[in-house]
Design a binder for this molecule. Structure first.
Ligand SMILES: [Zn+2]
Length: 324
């Protein structure tokens, strides 16, 4: 009888094993990718990684490893902006449930970078509808290298079930949880596929990495981002919001209109000073050594990565005087 029971349970056990393997495969990262996680001190086995801040009646922000996740819960379901990492999917869902959501109906990716979109690989296969700028979808379909100067991240292509199924070019509207939600792309900035998301009724905006007020400003110039584009995007975004708007940056704490304005002004000054040096034919190493924006580090964080990537975007075009 016992043997019979064992035989009977064997298929159940095998199904259990294969489902574990499937889950494990979501968490598979190459040694090069793990090196980057370590460089950022991201240890996914740590407890209590996520912190949650409620910012309006229906909107909260989850802070963890990678980009800030905005969560909108309500009668229409749950929408999140950015998805962090698949290793955190269960913890993210637990927090969404505490906020009154059950599953994640929609994900809007601010852009395709791994620290904002990797969680798609966990949520996409379970039925979340993913929305992003059309260029971000293209990047997610392919293998890419992100040169963060200090480290390089080889981002793998995403499977079909983890890709955005809804894309847009310049602007798109969603009506969800009593909010008119506008998705804007104002041309290349941090990447070539950025989305700024504005919740009109609750007066909340998520900037993605166009606004990074954590430790440093990073522009993915290696994949088409540019300092001039960052400036242009911030100028356009300031036209949509007002002094009462609650501002969610890609990285860093919840902030406000004034911070965005000061950050923008600092980038404009950075561009002017860098262009001056570039037009004197100074090379990158000299510019970094004679750092012309050191005094802005209380606003922009460490500026060495910013100078490196801004230099690349400013010197890419022949017309250096204006810069791109
Ligand atoms: Zn990014």
């Amino acid at each position: 009888m016992k043997k019979y029971l064992q035989l009977l349970l064997l298929p159940v056990f095998l199904i259990f094993l294969s489902s574990c393997e499937k889950e494990e495969s979501i968490f598979n990262f190459s040694d090069e990718q793990v090196d980057v996680f370590n460089a950022f001190d991201w240890d996914f086995s740590r407890q209590g990684i996520l912190k949650v801040e409620k910012i309006t009646e229906n909107i909260s922000v989850i802070f963890g490893y990678g980009g800030n996740i905005l969560v909108s819960t309500g009668t229409d379901g749950t929408l999140i902006v950015d998805s962090q990492f698949p290793q955190l999917n269960k913890s993210i869902l637990e927090e969404v449930e505490k906020l009154g959501g059950s599953n994640i109906d929609y994900i809007v990716n601010t852009h395709w970078h791994f620290d904002h979109a990797e969680g798609n690989r966990a949520f996409g296969p379970t039925g979340s509808t993913i929305i992003a700028h059309e260029n971000s979808r293209e990047f997610m379909k392919n293998n890419n290298e992100i040169d963060i100067v200090l480290v390089k991240y080889p981002q793998q292509s995403y499977p079909n079930d983890s890709l955005p199924t809804i894309t847009f070019k310049d602007k798109m509207a969603l009506n969800f949880n009593n909010n008119n939600i506008s998705l804007f792309n104002f041309g290349p900035a941090h990447t070539t596929g950025d989305t700024i998301i504005f919740f009109k009724e609750e007066n909340v905006i998520h900037f993605g990495d166009i606004l990074n007020i954590d430790s440093m400003v990073f522009i993915d110039s290696g994949n088409g981002g540019s300092l001039s584009g960052m400036i242009n995007n911030l100028e356009e975004a300031l036209k949509i919001i007002n002094k009462e708007t609650i501002v969610v940056p890609g990285h860093g704490q919840i902030t406000d209109y004034e911070t965005v304005k000061i950050y923008l002004e600092s980038l404009i000054i950075s561009k002017e000073r860098l262009l001056e040096m570039i037009n004197q034919n100074m090379q990158l190493a000299d510019i970094i050594e004679n750092n012309p924006i050191k005094d802005l580090e209380n606003i922009l964080g460490d500026t060495s990565v910013l100078i490196d990537r801004a230099y690349l975007s400013l010197t890419r075009n022949k017309t250096i005087e204006q810069g791109q």
